[in-house]
Design a protein around this ligand. Sequence first.
Ligand code: C2E
Ligand code: CA
Ligand code: CA
Length: 703
Amino acid sequence: MPIDITKDTPQIALKKLKARESVLRHFEDIAGLGSWEVDLKTKKSVWSKESYKIYGLKEGTEVSIDTFFFMLLPEYITDAKTLLQEAIQTGKVLKFTCKARRKDGTIIDLFINGRVIFDENKQPLKLIGTTQDITEITNIKEEAKELAAILEYSSNEIYIIELETLRYLYVNKGACRALGYTNEEMLQKTVRDINPYLEKSKIAYLQEKIEQGEKVLNRTIHQRKDGTEYHVQSYIYKLAYHGKDAAVIFDTDISELIALEKEHHQQAKLLEYQAYHDTLTDLPNRTLFQDRLQQAIITSKRNEEKFALLFIDLDQFKKINDSLGHHIGDEVLIESAKRFQKVLREEDTLSRLGGDEFTIILKNLKSEKNAATVAQKLINSLKKPIETKHHSLHISSSIGISIYPNDAETQEDLLKYADTAMYKAKDEGRNNFQFYSSEMTQQAFEKVIMENSLRIAIKENQFEVYFQPQYNAETETIIGMEALVRWVHPHVGIVPPSEFIPMAEENGFIIDIDKIIMKQAMQEFSSWYAQGLNPGKLALNLSMKQLNENNFITDLLQTMQENNFKVSWLELEVTEGQVMQNPEQSIKKLKRLSNIGISIAIDDFGTGYSSLSYLKKLPLSKLKIDRSFIKEIPYDEDDIAITKAIIAIAKSLNLHIIAEGVETKEQKEFMLVNGCKKIQGYYYSQPLSRYKMTKLLKRSNET
Ligand code: C2E
Ligand code: CA
Ligand code: CA
């Protein structure tokens, strides 16, 4: 508050002024603020105590305005003089910052604040003002600036985000450079924009932690403006920024580190792989084999399944190794391993125990016979000589087989028994397989014999077609016949299809057999028609395997052509079970046949779980009710119901229907009453040789 001394006596006024001055001094002292005045005529100055202190001069030293200019650093002098002139001319307040050198040589920052006082004639009288030492504030500001610059130009990425919105409030140059965005672009974005893989829940979790004041370390992937990505490690903590709840994020590009980690990981994996695999053949080694064997025991026990352990030893390996060298030996081992592998399914484990010893685990074994089949295939796989650069090597193998749980239930025993069986195979003259249990070997032997005899049967054409007539039960006339194969074995006699068709399906012989029967049947039909007989339609059984053959349709057309056989005479029977194994594919293949004009019948209908939707899509003309449903008619209620249902399905799908296996008059009557007129079965006739069938046709032609 200004003091009023106009009414005081000079003594009192002086006292008051002194008191006031002392208070002012105090303020000056506290603020580091010095006051001064300059007589603009004489240039003489009066400085306060604090002013002397600021410049480092002894209090009372005579000073003038030039003392001030003298102490100013040279680069400020011109500006200061100009500003002073301006203040004198315009009366404006004088304000400027500058640097000065104190008496002791130290440089200080000053803030000068002054104004000119004019006399009654408006002539400039004096200049009064203050000088403030702002060295400390300036230093702090400069330091802050430097710090800001360090942050700004740091090669690390530094961000400040608003915690709530995740919007960027500050982004340093390093971050812009790393991401390829400009600063302005970045300030329009949020954390989510450049961290595309950071999940919402993770963000919420981090927000929470930061909010609570925790310093958070996190890894994430940044996406650049051009779409490329890189890994970063973030160090984040809470910060107040321009009055907002914010967080500062320091990010370091760790892509190289991640790549390094990956490499380490791969190396570790490779090392692990090498520890469990044979370097020569790349197969599982003994360690991994034992592990797999243990696993096989555990899963087979749990699922109540069987598995087979095969122990293979190459027969002439030692000889090859000794006479031709390890190098050739290695080639033989590699090639043998490859051939074995080809025989196996993916889930079977082939391992090399060492030397020329291999093992195989055949999991989920349905029958021991399957193990025999695989063993035979393994033996056959070595039949073709192994070709090296200079040699053509004939090699064979001996295989021993043990079965879990029949032979043993522990690792050690299974391996021991398979090994024993392998020596049995060696004793039997090598190039064969033996089961640990001799009973099994016997059965397998029969199978091998059977396979061999079938091979011979195909070569020597020991198959003969039989025909079973199909009747219209209303008119009692023949409307067609089914061709059925008979194997006429030179020593055994006639072998029924049930004895060999399953095996022929399994090993693919069925394709050749069906071709033989197709040809014989077509020849016979053409000849009957040529003689003026009327055999109706020829129903041929067709394995899906046959249909999947590449040139099946071409072969079929060619056989028809060669035998003057008309397409309209032909009907193909496919079993429901086979069609439903892969319905989509069956639809495709059967459509191609039906497009040529061949009718298609579904055989053994009712046993294969067809869905109505597939039945609609299949290009069918006939359903054949399976014999098993006819057998107990008219005694079994269920069979009656099923048979009626099948007839209803056929009617609703507009398909022909035929019953097979009709043996009695009651069965025939039942079928007729329920709307199934077509009948095949012993009631009318057993399958007949072509000779007998010709006689039957001739007889029915006469009536
Ligand atoms: P499938 O196609 O169901 O043939 C009908 C079977 O039922 C024939 O047996 C036939 O002799 C028998 N059968 C017919 N009527 C009666 C009857 O009233 N009572 C009894 N108990 N049986 C009757 P087969 O000839 O033994 O043929 C068995 C199966 O072998 C056939 O069943 C068929 O799936 C297959 N098969 C036969 N020949 C061939 C062929 O040339 N190729 C193909 N792929 N499979 C064939
Ligand atoms: Ca059939
Ligand atoms: Ca059938």
